[in-house]
Design a protein around this ligand. Structure first.
Ligand SMILES: [Zn+2]
Length: 377
């Protein structure tokens, strides 16, 4: 608990809602509105586990708090078939971007495995086209990350990589490996990852969530610039290799996309108060706060900011610095990253946090305010 802030206070909530945010890690098939999911299930003649949006929300709540990863993942067996239609994908992508805008997000990357829809008769290119057009319909600067599933064989990962490269520069901004981590070594997909890397498409990989911290370093060595979760890196930082591991993470400028509540729901951590986010940040690791699956975990990015303030020693200036780091590590083009950065500095100036933010960045060896903006309010 942070002694300098009362996160239950309404003014704190308002300030967090207005604070500009950058979202790097959210799955489109894990972030539908309950009302939309219900309508899509009905349109496609699929059985719904609840008859109205509120009851469907409770169905997801029960799974989020069951302590079972399998039950948590049951939600995807509802969303993926319900979304397997170009109009549905367009709608879900558009609504995700609109929801993010309403949550104060100024730049976002959304991800999904488009080849999952092949089982329902929808090809990858049609799926990507529908989602890219949905994202573009919103005013939010955003991009799509194509995921491959790590439990599939390399030929399938290669197909996902080829799909991502066909859409690179046309709405697709990155490549990821998602799916069950333990038992599915990412080096099985090394050739597909090398192909993506050599073509210049940035890579972020899920690692160090369900499996050991060593997986984070392995993912970085396979070409990942960012890591989905990566929280078990903290175990390596608690051990005898701390300085060597930290040196490698800093030298690579690796960024962790941390999703605190998701980690609780998938049992990667036992409690938010025990989450390693503060320790990793204070050790100097670049990271940001993200949602992962808004629907399955019943969160928004604003809620996640609030959760971090309420249960860790981190404060609002840390969140601003993390947001600047998220913008700096985004796969979107430089003008979009710079606009997001400028929005954070403008907010810092409005709230009198410019001096504290500049000091924290200086201490961490990070870029300060853009030219023309004074370092102190
Ligand atoms: Zn994820």
């Amino acid at each position: 608990m942070n002694p300098s802030i009362d996160p239950t206070d309404g003014a704190t909530r308002d300030a967090l809602a207005r604070s500009p945010k950058v979202l790097l890690h959210e799955h489109l098939d894990g972030g539908l509105r309950t009302s939309t999911l219900l309508e899509l299930l009905r349109e496609r003649g699929q059985a719904a586990p609840a008859s109205d949006a509120a009851a469907l929300g409770r169905w997801f709540d029960e799974r989020a708090h069951s302590g079972s990863l399998e039950r948590y993942l049951e939600g995807f067996s509802l969303t993926v078939p319900a979304m397997a239609d170009p109009h549905a994908l367009h709608r879900v992508a558009f609504e995700a971007a609109e929801d993010a805008l309403a949550d104060g997000v100024v730049l976002a990357e959304f991800r999904i495995a488009p080849l999952l829809f092949e089982a329902f008769g929808l090809d990858g290119d049609t799926a990507v086209e529908a989602m890219v057009s949905g994202l573009r319909r919103s005013g939010l600067p955003s991009g799509l990350i194509v995921c491959a599933m790590r439990q599939e064989d390399e030929a399938q990962t290669r197909r996902a990589a080829d799909l991502a490269l066909r859409w690179s520069g046309r709405g697709v901004v990155g490549f990821d490996l998602a799916g069950p981590e333990r038992g599915f070594d990412p080096s099985r997909h090394a050739r597909a990852l090398a192909l993506v890397r050599e073509a210049g498409l940035p890579i972020t990989l899920h690692a160090g969530e369900a499996d050991a911290g060593e997986r984070v370093l392995q993912a970085a060595r396979l070409g990942a610039r960012r890591i989905g979760h990566g929280v078990r890196l903290a175990e390596l930082l608690d051990g005898p290799r701390r300085s060597a591991v930290l040196a490698e993470v800093l030298q690579r400028d690796l960024h962790l996309e941390v999703c605190p509540t998701s980690n609780l729901h998938t049992a990667a951590v036992a409690a938010i108060a025990e989450h390693p986010i503060a320790g990793l940040w204070q050790a100097g690791v670049s990271l940001s706060v993200n949602t992962d699956n808004r629907l399955m975990s019943r969160v928004t990015l604003g809620n996640e900011f609030h959760t971090v303030l309420a249960h860790t020693p981190l404060g609002p200036v840390d969140l601003l610095a993390m947001t600047l780091e998220a913008a700096r590590h985004s796969f979107l083009a430089a003008p979009e990253r710079e606009r997001a950065r400028d929005a954070v500095w403008a907010h810092a100036q409005r709230t009198g946090a410019t001096g504290a933010l500049a000091a924290l960045l200086r201490e961490r060896g990070l870029p300060g305010p853009p030219a023309g903006r004074p370092p102190a309010a």
